[in-house]
Design a protein around this ligand. Structure first.
Ligand SMILES: [Zn+2]
Length: 588
């Protein structure tokens, strides 16, 4: 493979090179926009670039499910390659993630040219004064190696490309909370080490046809840290839109139709933290998902992605005291954030109007079935105002506890909290602690597996205060500190992507003891005789529920569930909430 790569090194010498070096061409350029780099070509290309330019360094990072390491390319004008030094110098970090869906490789090839050009073209090179760039060349290595020409049936190039699933057939863009793949853990290690201020995750869109080559969505503004969100919407996005327009690539928000076609209105994407951008946003990172349009030729899509990354760099490289102030403030959550939202719903009454450049949606008889079929008429382009629904309102919020406490038995949750840099300590001795405990009152479960899980949704809880025995080594988690949003959206069971909903705690959902009814009949009768309140509640329950009234076994079970014999730990969510400041015996 190395031989092939060496053939890719062009003999062209660029007159604008800072250092007179042969300009290494990418497989995309050599094929005149027809091919995307293979995994080996991509990594070898970056290694060759790094040999030529000492402002580029290639890091071998953590493992992936296919057994190959994840690579990270760091571009630092100062050749420090050290996050702490970038903080000290007030530099910002842009992270670019490519090939999470290897069938959508536009960012892979755009980044290869971008990284080369940024160190060789003077007009770009100066943009590195205030910015360090980190690039994951291909995140889903497993999928990239599974190359084919058919799995993106609707896509207009390249000639061959990788497959969406990774080695364990996971969609890595749903894996950022559950972290089933090694890829996700390695990504999070990189993310937490570099703590990027901005992130781009590059994709190619499916869906309706329209005139735009590039659409994108930023992290959902109403879910994002409110301090940074206003800057993102008022200052950052208008600049990004203008810069892309100036470069001849007008953009539109990601086209997520309200009904069948974009004329019905488009809906701002709500990315929960299972997605790359949703995960990044939990850590106050402005995250952008580029979605080039599948029907536009591959070379045009790569060009649009390249221009998007350049535009982002142009904005981020400007000194902006307002951004710096807000970032600083956002990261030190003030105590007012005691009540945090964890669920949102679309406000269907509120919308903006955007001028949309589409193609007319029409119907004609299908040659397959004879029934009417939708098509977009590219000979009938239009620009007309459409509704853009991008306002989400809080549907559920919770009081932030002083601490969470997790028994050490739940090691997957604890490992992931650690991986994400969450502040935690172990109890240094066995201790009984007063906690607010949730009971899982109701939930639904997917009937078929979704991304390796039978995940839960519509989870409802009740809570009460209990004294619970904890043991030396159990984990106490600090909340009002770095990663607070991550802690809340994973540990609050009703949050859509909570660890509970991803099955981390399913052990609690199964009752362990039961009774023999012929024996418990007499015990239950005695209980009802002795406890008038219990008897009255049973009578009331029977009045409210006719099925209970005519079912003797159900009544016996009702008494059991309302007695001291019923196990307290059934459906008791194991993560306790400590609601007041207490002194706890803490060790390491
Ligand atoms: Zn994608």
């Amino acid at each position: 493979m190395t031989k092939q790569i060496s053939m890719l090194i062009g003999i062209m010498f660029a007159s604008f090179n800072i250092i007179a070096q042969p300009l290494i061409l990418t497989p995309f350029e050599i094929s005149k926009g027809k091919n995307t780099a293979t995994y080996d070509e991509c990594i070898t290309y970056y290694k060759n670039l790094a040999e030529q330019h000492d402002e580029i360094k290639v890091f071998k990072c953590g493992p992936t499910d296919i057994g190959k390491p994840l690579h990270l390319i760091v571009i630092d004008k100062d050749k420090d390659f050290n996050r702490i030094n970038t903080y000290k110098k007030g530099k910002r970090v842009i992270m670019i993630n490519n090939g999470i869906h290897p069938g959508e490789p536009d960012g892979v090839d755009a980044s290869m040219m971008f990284v080369r050009d940024i160190v060789t073209k003077p007009e770009f090179h100066k943009l590195l004064d205030n910015v360090v760039i980190i690039v994951i060349p291909i995140y889903n290595i497993d999928g990239a190696l599974n190359r084919n020409s058919t799995s993106r049936v609707n896509q207009n190039g390249p000639e061959s490309f990788g497959f969406r699933g990774n080695a364990a057939n996971l969609d890595l863009n749903r894996d950022f909370i559950k972290c089933d793949s090694k890829n996700a853990r390695s990504f999070e290690e990189i993310f937490q080490k570099w703590k990027p201020d901005f992130l781009v995750d590059t994709h190619v869109s499916d869906g309706a046809d329209y005139q735009y080559t590039m659409t994108y969505f930023p992290t959902q503004k109403d879910k994002f840290n409110p301090v940074l969100s206003t800057w993102m919407v008022d200052k950052f996005q208008p600049q990004l839109d203008n810069k892309m327009k100036e470069k001849g690539v007008p953009m539109c928000p990601y086209v997520n139709e309200l009904k069948t076609t974009p004329d019905s209105g488009i809906v701002g994407f709500m990315e929960s933290p299972r997605y790359c951008t949703g995960y990044a946003a939990l850590f106050d990172c402005i995250a952008l998902c580029t979605e080039t349009h599948m029907l536009k030729p591959f070379d045009k899509r790569v060009d649009a992605t390249y221009k998007f990354i350049v535009s982002l760099l142009e904005i981020v490289s400007q000194k902006d005291n307002e951004y710096d102030g807000k970032k600083y403030f956002a990261s030190s959550y003030p105590v007012e954030y005691y009540q945090l939202p964890i669920n949102w719903k679309l406000d269907t009454n509120k919308f903006d109007i955007i001028n949309f450049m589409g193609y007319e949606a029409k119907y004609k008889p299908s040659e397959v079935s004879g029934f009417p079929r939708l098509y977009y008429d590219e000979k009938a382009p239009f620009t007309k105002p459409i509704r853009y629904y991008n306002n989400y309102i809080v549907s559920d919020s919770v009081k932030v506890p002083y601490y969470y406490i997790i028994p050490q038995a739940w090691s997957k949750a604890i490992d992931l909290l650690k991986l994400n840099g969450i502040g935690l300590k172990r109890l240094s001795k066995d201790t009984i602690i007063e906690v607010s405990s949730y009971y899982i009152k109701d939930y639904e479960t997917s009937k078929r597996p979704y991304e390796n899980h039978y995940n839960h949704y519509n989870t409802k809880v009740t809570s009460n205060t209990q004294m619970i025995q904890y043991y030396k080594g159990d984990i106490v988690i600090f909340t009002h500190t770095y990663g607070m949003r991550y802690v809340m959206e994973t540990l609050e069971p009703t949050a859509p992507d909570s660890y509970f909903n991803w099955n981390f705690f399913d052990g609690i959902l199964m009752q362990k003891e039961w009774y023999s009814d012929y024996v418990f009949e007499d015990i239950a009768a005695n209980l009802l005789k002795k406890d008038k309140a219990l008897k009255d509640s049973l009578e009331a329950a029977k009045k409210n529920d006719p099925n209970l009234a005519k079912d003797g076994e159900a009544q016996l079970a009702w008494v059991y569930h309302h007695s001291e014999y019923y196990e307290k730990t059934h459906n008791r969510y194991p993560v306790g909430r400590i609601m007041k400041e207490v002194s706890l015996p803490l060790g390491e």
